[in-house]
Design a protein around this ligand. Structure first.
Ligand SMILES: [Ca+2]
Ligand SMILES: [Ca+2]
Length: 389
């Protein structure tokens, strides 16, 4: 095995193990049967919103899209009613995540070195131990590739030793002066650990699309019908991935309130950084939802699929991220549309992945069902690395 192949091989195993270890520790997944999104939502705010959150009232919308840029996994379009929860006004910031880390001592997936004794349990017997130099923490950092490269994420994503939320571009970089930027290099377990600490949770896909759309319940964009302009959101202008004109002012992340909010007052639901949801990703989630409930006209806060299935990579279980990032361009990704969905392995931390949380109203004050019972996740499918765009 070449050095490059060896590093990639170990990286796959290490990321998978990290997620497995964390999944046994954080216990944050909601089984679909008790997922908060299954509860009948309330339409009016029962209390004043917690600091930094707004109320997302119940509304009906068209989930998915038939827009020319829509992917097949956004279809069929179907009617959904969701809301009745509080949502973070912005993506979780570096300052907020720092407060969590200082309070708990939490170490993110990207900051953890792999343990060979644990790793080899998941490798074929007799697999030789790779060199010590590959057993180091790291994450994925974006680099502008040379012009003419094939449109393959492997040409612009680089595994960088020492890249993590405090060092977004690796050693030598920092988040100094970026307290109001979204925290990045966040794996799914990291996002859930923060949410648990904050008394919040990740939104389901249906909840995320509801909060992102706001009043734009039938529109291709959160600001309406027209194509994006540089003042709308931090995405990519120029020729992706080799030239970025930064017409919107940013090559990478932006302060979380730098662009206009949607109609609910929520910032960054288009672009800036991707946002984790609680749902497994399935390419055919909407088709299966409709097939399994043919009598349903409007789906009430539908839960995500019970298992992951990615038509492009069926062996690697993935969660869904939403909203696109500073890397999204109309020619390649266009995931700043509120209906766009992306599959990502839960142990993937990258320079353009963050999150925002939601919170259910108090059961006492809103007469809602009790919060869901947290259940162990030892049976969570084993994740593996996959490059993402
Ligand atoms: Ca930009
Ligand atoms: Ca975002």
């Amino acid at each position: 095995m070449s050095r490059t192949g060896q590093r990639r091989f170990v990286r796959r195993a290490r990321l998978g193990i990290a997620a497995t270890i964390l999944s046994a520790c954080t216990m944050t997944a909601f089984p679909d049967s008790v997922r908060p999104g299954n509860a009948t939502p309330v339409s009016t705010a029962p209390t004043q919103p917690p600091n930094g959150m707004v109320w997302v009232p119940v509304a009906e919308f068209s989930m998915g899209s038939d827009h020319p840029l829509a992917r097949r996994n956004e279809q069929p379009v179907h009617r959904v009613r969701a809301g009745g929860f509080f949502a973070d006004i912005t993506e979780v910031t570096n300052a907020q995540f720092r407060a969590f880390v200082e309070a708990t001592g939490y170490t993110t997936v990207a900051e953890r070195a792999p343990d060979w004794e644990e790793m080899k349990k998941q490798l074929p017997p007799g697999t030789p131990k790779p060199p010590d130099e590959v057993f180091v923490p790291g994450s994925l950092v974006f680099y502008l590739p040379e012009p003419g490269v094939p449109l393959n994420p492997g040409t612009w994503w680089h595994w960088v030793t020492g890249a993590d939320w405090r060092h977004p571009e690796g050693p030598g970089s920092s988040i100094e002066g970026k307290d109001d930027h979204p925290v990045v290099h966040i794996a799914w377990d990291d996002a859930n650990a923060y949410a648990d600490w904050a008394g919040k949770r990740l939104p389901t896909e249906a909840e995320w699309e509801r909060l992102a759309r706001g009043d734009a319940t039938e529109s291709p964009y959160v600001w309406g019908e027209r194509d994006p302009e540089p003042t709308d959101a931090n995405i990519w202008q120029g020729e992706f991935p080799v030239t970025n004109t930064e017409a919107d002012g940013y090559l990478k992340s932006n302060p979380v309130r730098a662009f206009p909010p949607n109609s609910l007052g929520l910032y960054g639901v288009a672009g800036n950084v991707w946002e984790w949801t609680s749902d497994w990703f399935a390419s055919n989630a909407y088709a299966e939802r409709i097939r399994s409930h043919p009598e349903t006209d409007v789906f009430e806060s539908p839960p995500g699929p019970e298992t992951s299935w990615d038509a492009n990579d069926p062996l690697a279980p993935k969660r869904t991220i939403r909203g696109g990032s500073f890397l999204c361009h109309v020619s390649y990704c266009s995931s700043y549309r509120p209906s766009a969905r992306m599959a990502t392995t839960p142990d993937t931390a990258a320079e353009h992945i963050g999150f925002r949380c939601v919170m259910d109203p108090s059961p006492v004050e809103s007469d809602q069902p009790q919060p869901p019972v947290r259940t162990p996740t030892e049976d969570r499918p084993h994740p593996s690395f996959q490059d993402i765009d």
